[in-house]
Design a binder for this molecule. Structure first.
Ligand SMILES: Nc1ncnc2c1ncn2[C@@H]1O[C@H](COP(=O)(O)OP(=O)(O)OP(=O)(O)O)[C@@H](O)[C@H]1O
Ligand SMILES: [Mg+2]
Length: 365
């Protein structure tokens, strides 16, 4: 899958931007603050209908303007036009001029694997951020996942409300609680299996990719869930055991809503053991492993976007990591400085230079 052209209107600092990408390597060059991450954000938004930097869509609209447009031609066997218009009233999504009603049907159509500094949160932040980030990743590979998750969250809310009323009113029969628990377990097991399969597949690749640049092996993601190795009967028992505590606190303690993902190396927590640079490599290795996951599950190659990579890693490491990519991939890299770019990386590469006034394009052979 490839993005051939991107047009932005009033998106962040871009009044009118028009970029034609090459099918293979693209490097976007421009000074700090020129709007490189904004371009990346726009492509990501088109894929996931959400920004990775903010949950406030209004801030994406250029100051003093009423609406913003992101529009791209995406080729995956055939070419389609993807378009999102943002305004005060919300967003309007279209493919080939047909309005899209269901976001969960839309989201898995465009697959973008993006690395930004925000992704360090996946290692460093708390479990709820880990889950949020992995949910974003998974929902673009599997549209069933997002639907399951949204029904699960509704049932969870109903269960918590009911637990609270049980606490307040005492002696309420547990029949309805059992119905909700049953539903929660069925949905939870489906979500658990998708997450488990995803982590297992990532773990097949991540260690060898990481070892190429960091020379340390056994990097793995550990998926932590209280659904681990449990069938439905086991889980019903676990929820029964927890029932009184759930009622006392008015919340559900067990379920996939408390899962976590930990990066480990030789069984030690990566964040306690690896250097800053190594942690960044760990995240990039994870993103590159996701490419394999995408190919395996969706039978298509995603678009790989690496934002501000050269300030993150030295050019030799980058070349080792992405040098082996076949031409079937489209890669977009942003940087402030062309001098940091390894000569080898410039082979067959389109350099897109952004200045305040124009976009300059140069193709290297
Ligand atoms: N809604 C908006 N309207 C106008 N300008 C905006 C808006 N939102 C952000 N900006 C501006 O966009 C610029 C930041 O762009 P961006 O983060 O894409 O820069 P960058 O090229 O990635 O820089 P760096 O190299 O430092 O990462 C800032 O100057 C910011 O003020
Ligand atoms: Mg940036």
């Amino acid at each position: 899958m490839k993005i051939t052209n991107l047009k932005l209107k009033n998106f962040r600092n871009h009044t009118n931007l028009d970029i034609t990408f090459s099918d293979y390597k693209n490097i976007i060059i421009g000074n700090n603050g020129i709007g490189k991450t904004n371009i990346v954000e726009a492509i990501y938004y088109l894929a996931l209908t959400k920004s990775f930097r903010t949950s406030n869509d209004q801030i994406l609209i250029k100051d003093e303007e009423d609406f913003a447009v992101i529009e791209a031609n995406i080729v995956d066997k055939i070419s389609n036009n993807f378009k999102i218009v943002l305004s005060k009233d919300g967003k309007n999504i279209k493919i080939d001029n047909n309005s899209i009603k269901s976001i969960s049907d839309y989201i898995s159509k465009l697959n973008v694997i993006l690395f930004t500094t925000e992704d360090m949160k996946l290692i460093k932040d708390n479990p709820s951020i880990h889950r949020k980030l992995i949910n974003m990743e998974l929902s673009q590979f599997n549209n069933e996942y997002l639907k399951l998750l949204s029904i699960y969250n509704k049932v969870l809310k109903q269960r918590n409300t009911y637990l609270k009323s049980m606490y307040l009113n005492g002696n309420i029969p547990t029949d309805y609680l059992d119905v909700l628990t049953d539903k929660l377990i069925d949905l939870g097991l489906k979500i658990y299996n998708i997450r488990k399969d995803y982590v297992n597949q990532i773990n097949l690749y991540i260690s060898s990719i990481f070892k190429k640049v960091v020379k340390k092996d056994n990097l793995q993601i550990k998926y932590i869930s209280n659904y681990e190795n449990k069938n439905k009967e086991d889980l019903i028992k676990s929820y029964r055991k927890m029932q009184q505590k759930d009622i006392n606190y008015g919340k559900t303690h067990l379920g996939i809503h408390v899962d976590d993902y930990l990066f480990e190396i030789h069984g030690k927590l990566a964040k306690d053991f690896l250097s800053e640079g190594e942690l960044k490599n760990a995240i990039i290795s994870f993103k590159l492993s996701e490419i394999k996951y995408c190919i395996n599950t969706k039978k298509r190659t995603p678009i790989l976007i690496l934002d501000d990579l050269f300030s993150e890693l030295d050019d030799k490491k980058i070349n080792t990591l992405i040098g082996n990519f076949k031409k079937s991939f489209q890669i977009i890299i942003t940087t402030t400085d062309i001098d940091k770019v390894n000569k080898k990386l410039l082979n067959n590469c389109r350099v897109i230079k952004i200045t305040n006034r124009k976009v300059e394009v140069k193709d290297y052979e």
